[in-house]
Design a binder for this molecule. Sequence first.
Ligand SMILES: [Mg+2]
Length: 220
Amino acid sequence: MDKFRHIDTWVFDLDNTLYDAETGVFTKIGDRMTIYVADLLQVSQEEAGKLRKEYWKKYGTTLHGLMQEHKIDPDSFLVHAHDIDISDVPQCAVIKEYLTHLPGKKIVFTNSSRDFAARMTRQLGIDHHFEHMFTIEDAGFMPKPFAEPYHAIIEKFAFDPHHAVMFEDMEINLKTAAELGMTTVWLHGKDRDEAAAALPHVHYKAEKLADWLQHTIKKR
Ligand SMILES: [Mg+2]
């Protein structure tokens, strides 16, 4: 904890960070996006899946790719993508408890929609911890890992990146955070990519957020 004594701002990714990858929720959202792309462009789901990968590489997200190349309405896409049942997503007792022991501001920073972030944090029983959320709408639909939303979130919530830590399951999303002076924690899940783990912008790592919190944060 000593290394985190100077931290007064805690920035959390949502998907596969605040809720577990094993819930399958993020995969379901991905499947909804694939259906959307297939319907929109009148291609097979397989072809849509390939296009999504290309968009992801070139534009950061499927949504950003569709906006750039097909001028779609982002709101209708987001509603469609997140139209899934999350009522069976379990709450994590460790995360619920340890969030109360983090001193300072807690912010959700997600490429997902505002409605989904609100629904999911409520389902997880942790919505009251987050007075602030920075969702894809706030970013003008420019996703992580582009630099713009990082500058925007710092400005919007007026925090010093040198006093902030960011938690993410995707290491690429930690690069700009580290460049701006933030401390980073990579949540690598079950199969850790050792090359990624050695990257200089990955400061700390754990399999899951709950593990990191339990091993690092002292209860007050
Ligand atoms: Mg994530």
